[in-house]
Write a protein of this length. Structure first.
Length: 195
């Protein structure tokens, strides 16, 4: 059975985006620093050597994506193909999509809640996991009890401002550490949500 997994790079002080995170500046000022461990300065993805490379392999093997509307729209739904992986993309939203989505057959807007969106994403993922993206969506998925795991890439930098991953949670969430991979670029911590 597939699991829903949040993959997120985060500064030590909890930021997943820098200041001025807006459509013309996705991720905000300094955002690239959070992804130096697997993205070159030219914006090209690479597989890190050693154990951190396994994390990229796992992320690339996901069978579907569940992404928040804000994130999806900032990157124009990755042109309808999430990083060239050809997997379905589900966007929970209370509003219908903009016109560009009509050109992206892999993108589905789900208007009846996060639990329904996750159920559809898991069904579409088959044996693969569902990659969850977006801070707001991750928070809602936690609250609804439909987020199974978190893989946090803790980057050794303090942003001091921007968008925090867990700005507002409705209640306490207990996690179990499944795996820790420590590299000079990041400490990668894999958690399972305790139910």
């Amino acid at each position: 059975m597939s699991a829903s997994v949040l993959y997120m790079s985060m500064s030590l002080d909890g930021y997943i985006a820098g200041p001025n995170d807006e459509p013309g500046n996705p991720g905000g000022d300094g955002f690239a620093r959070l992804h130096d461990w697997f993205v070159t300065s030219d914006g090209e993805f690479f597989r890190p050597s050693g154990p951190a490379g396994q994390l990229i392999d796992e992320w690339n093997a996901t069978g579907a994506v569940l992404v928040g509307r804000r994130t999806a729209e900032q990157v124009d739904h990755w042109g309808g193909d999430h990083h060239g992986r050809g997997v379905p993309i589900f966007v929970p939203s209370h509003r219908p999509p903009g016109p560009s989505v009509a050109n992206y057959p892999l993108v589905t807007y789900v208007t009846d809640g996060i639990a329904s969106a996750m159920a559809q994403a898991k069904a579409a993922a088959g044996d693969g996991n569902v990659s969850v993206q977006g801070a707001y969506t991750a928070q809602r998925a936690l609250e609804a009890g439909v987020l199974d795991e978190l893989v946090i890439h803790q980057i050794p930098v303090l942003f001091g401002g921007g968008r925090r991953l867990f700005e507002v949670l409705g209640s306490r969430v207990e996690l179990e550490i499944v795996r820790v991979i420590d590299t000079p670029e990041a400490t990668h911590i894999h958690y399972r949500v305790r139910r």
